[in-house]
Design a protein around this ligand. Structure first.
Ligand SMILES: CC(C)(COP(=O)(O)OP(=O)(O)OC[C@H]1O[C@@H](n2cnc3c(N)ncnc32)[C@H](O)[C@@H]1OP(=O)(O)O)[C@@H](O)C(=O)NCCC(=O)NCCS
Length: 221
């Protein structure tokens, strides 16, 4: 699997097309209730230090099949919010979404120096299992705050500390601790790959689910 920055019009169009699909964006929130992002907004987000986004490929070739990112990246408080969506549904349920998220978590902890990464899942979204497999800990429930087709759902809140993230071999954070448990387990384990190219802390990119700054960024852009 390779992680690709959103640095050209083709990949921006592709990812925006995935996020335009209701089956993806109904579970997301790009700030102030915005669930669909245009390629232009995506480009602006990709240039903001508050976002870190990477498209990911399958293990078959270099075609992007999904997107995973961190939003609300705060280098002062060393925190961010994880989100993701798979564009090519042919590759669903093969562990690739889990693997991509694991690798983005590694980059967040190791290269961006984050100490905690949180996420949320709408109650009833089957991707909850992916979050649990990544070792995220439940931290609460935000009630009746997410609407799909006019119906209110709860959001289940999670977080993960740097010391609790078990990354692929070779992604180790200098001086960082590793938890004894493995974040990517079972049938997905064989999909783990090591040696992702180093991305410096000055890398830009990335977006996300709840990002209140996205629209503000767009206006500023
Ligand atoms: C979340 C998502 C990226 C996962 O991609 P993926 O490559 O299929 O993920 P994995 O194969 O690593 O793991 C999927 C796990 O979640 C479950 N799952 C996730 N989405 C599912 C769906 N739509 N239907 C059935 N099961 C689903 C699977 O059962 C599987 O769990 P299991 O292996 O224990 O059976 C993809 O389902 C997606 O794009 N969902 C829509 C957007 C979304 O919900 N994003 C999460 C909110 S941030």
């Amino acid at each position: 699997m390779k992680l690709l920055p959103l640095d050209n019009p083709e990949i921006l169009e592709l990812v925006a097309g995935w996020l335009a699909q209701k089956e993806n964006h109904q579970w997301l929130d790009f700030g102030n209730g915005r669930q669909v992002v245009t390629p232009t907004l995506l480009k602006i987000m990709a240039q903001r230090p508050t976002h870190f986004m990477r498209a990911y490929t399958s293990d078959r070739d270099e075609t992007p099949i999904g997107i995973c990112g961190l939003n609300s990246v705060d280098l002062n408080f060393k925190s961010a919010t994880l989100w993701g969506a798979q564009g090519d549904k042919v590759f669903r349920n093969r562990g690739l979404g889990t693997l991509a998220a694991s690798k983005v978590l590694t980059l967040g902890f190791r290269d961006l120096g984050l100490e905690t990464i949180n996420t949320w899942v709408v109650d009833g979204n089957p991707s909850l299992r992916l979050i649990q497999r990544l070792n995220f800990r439940p931290i609460g429930r935000q009630r009746q705050c997410h609407f799909i087709d006019g119906q209110a759902y709860d959001r289940l809140l999670f977080d993960l500390l740097a010391s609790e993230h078990e990354s692929s071999e070779g992604d180790r954070r200098p001086g960082g601790q590793r938890a004894p448990r493995q974040a990517v387990r079972g049938k997905h384990e064989e999909l783990r790959v090591a040696g992702e190219p180093h991305i410096g802390s000055d890398s830009r990119g990335g977006p996300a689910t709840a990002e209140a700054g996205a629209q503000r960024d767009a206006r500023q852009g």
